[in-house]
Design a protein around this ligand. Structure first.
Ligand code: HEC
Length: 126
């Protein structure tokens, strides 16, 4: 009877190794999406640096319009949001739908997996 347990243990180990590999790939994919879609206007370096848009260092969980020295639009200042993963996801689908008249010129990202990977990446930029 005992020998029957090993295949299950092996399957369990393989599954956990697989998901660890998938997770690492997601962050890498998120970093690539960040570079391709956000880095032109945003920075995540330390110390914080504003470009055309405000620094995104520590953005996940932060309230909107909190970077001192960055001149937000009237619309963004009035929006009063908290950038949870969910709110960021909604914003990235179509920024203008969440903050009409924002000065962020970005058409949006329709691929849900891309958005999830990007947000995972941003979550690590603290
Ligand atoms: C063409 C330049 C540009 C691109 C590309 C861009 N942004 Fe922005 N972003 C801005 C600007 C400008 C603002 C300020 C908006 C305002 O004040 O209305 C902003 C604001 C933001 C904010 C609100 C920040 C805060 O402090 O409240 C978030 C979050 C954000 N961008 C995320 C992203 C992400 C993630 C990407 C990549 C998918 C991205 N942006 C791509 C220019 C850009």
């Amino acid at each position: 009877m005992l020998h029957n347990k090993y295949p299950f243990a092996l399957i369990a180990i393989s599954i956990s190794l697989l998901s660890a590999a998938t997770f690492a790939a997601d962050i890498k994919a998120g970093a690539d999406i960040y570079e391709a879609s956000c880095a032109k206007c945003h920075s995540v370096t330390k110390p914080m640096k504003n470009k055309k848009g405000p620094s995104l260092l520590g953005i996940v969980g932060r309230s909107s319009s909190r970077i001192s020295g960055y001149e937000y639009s009237e619309a963004m200042r009035a929006a009063n949001l908290t950038w949870t993963s969910e709110k960021l996801d909604e914003f990235l689908i179509n920024p203008k739908a969440v903050v009409p008249n924002s000065k962020m010129k970005f058409k949006g990202m329709s691929n849900a997996e891309d958005r999830a990977n990007l947000i995972e990446f941003l979550l690590l930029q603290q």
